[in-house]
Design a protein around this ligand. Structure first.
Ligand SMILES: [Zn+2]
Length: 338
């Protein structure tokens, strides 16, 4: 049941963290994967976080199951299709779904085939549910060193250009923040800028307020998480002055120990300072959340009103990679819910 009736937007949503566990189980069995040799409930526990965890490592471990399954175009098309249908049922009008093509090539698919299959699934779902529109963000990945996947990252950037406007709306960089200084990624994002591809970057999620500054200097149109910008007065000022939108995902931040508690999370503070805050789920299945459940927390813990929540969604539309005409259209629709 949808508790909030206004049009909802999710800009920070990972495909691999949002795979329906029943479908995953079915696909794992079809593919005769060993991970499916357990009862469903046990399998589900491997991909949904319900327990208190020790570290970010335990969180990331939950990606192993979907990553093992999502290695062929059929599986990727299916999860993309099902996720978009599900988002429509949850009352979302717009979402940007992200994933890293290079993580799905273990069984020989090319990044291009992977991207095509995800677009195919999303388009098929949009034909069935006309209340929702989605755009795909392609994630480049930060691993242990720059060299490790430089080639793959550059390939993702070129593919984003090729499919821009045909399902893809932009780029992202995900992965373990802080291991490689973000500044070393400059060539990648210079290329993205040269190709006129809008991008967001995971930055200031784990700590590293400085990364938020670097991302803005690269030309990032918004910041994935970014809540740690509040730790550095200069970076905070930059975020506020440039009105760079922040893709906040409260539950995920707490689960990953990037904030000690809901109460300590600076989302409301940033909002009150005038930052362009947006609220998102990050990983709906892994984090076991929906936008509605996050909104309920936001109301209870931070005292956000219904009107605030509508404002957050308006922020999301403005921060999205939609065209200006499409943004105006959505904002107009949202007005009637005020
Ligand atoms: Zn993320």
């Amino acid at each position: 049941m949808n508790r909030y009736d206004f049009p909802k937007v999710d800009l920070h949503l990972h495909l691999d963290g949002s795979v329906n566990p029943k479908s995953a189980y079915e696909m794992a069995k079809e593919r005769k994967l060993l991970i499916a040799d357990v009862p469903f409930e046990q399998f589900r526990k491997g991909m949904v976080l319900e327990e208190e965890i020790e570290s970010l490592y335990d969180y990331l471990k939950k990606f192993d199951v979907p990553t093992a399954i999502l290695q062929d175009t059929e599986a990727l098309e299916r999860v993309s299709f099902e996720l978009v249908l599900h988002l429509a049922d949850l009352g979302l009008c717009y979402a940007e779904i992200r994933f890293a093509p290079q993580l799905h090539t273990k069984k020989g698919c090319t990044q291009r085939e992977i991207v095509e299959s995800v677009i195919r699934g999303a388009k098929r779902a949009m034909q069935q549910k006309t209340t929702i529109q989605v755009g795909i963000l392609l994630c480049t990945m930060t691993l242990m060193t720059v060299e490790q996947n430089q080639k793959e990252n550059l390939e993702t950037v070129e593919l984003a250009k090729e499919f821009l406007g045909q399902g893809v709306v932009g780029l992202d960089m995900a992965g373990a923040e802080g291991i490689v200084p973000l500044i070393k990624r400059k060539p990648l994002f210079s290329r993205a800028k040269e190709l006129n591809i809008p991008f967001t970057i995971h930055a200031g999620e784990v700590e590293c307020a400085e990364n938020v500054k670097t991302a803005i200097e690269f030309g990032a149109r918004r910041i994935g998480h970014g809540h740690h910008c509040i730790d550095d007065a200069n970076v905070l000022r930059l975020v506020l002055e440039t009105k760079t939108p922040l893709e906040i995902c409260i539950t995920s931040n707490i689960q990953c120990k990037n904030q000690p508690s809901y109460e300590a999370h600076p989302i409301k503070l940033l909002y009150e300072m005038g930052a362009a805050v947006t609220m998102n789920t990050d990983n709906m299945v892994l984090s076991n959340v929906t936008l509605d459940s996050e909104y309920a927390i936001a109301q209870k813990v931070y005292g956000f009103t219904r009107l605030d929540l509508i404002t957050l969604n308006e922020n999301s539309i403005r921060a999205s990679f939609l065209s200006e005409a499409e943004k105006a259209d959505y904002l107009n629709r949202m007005k009637s819910y005020r």
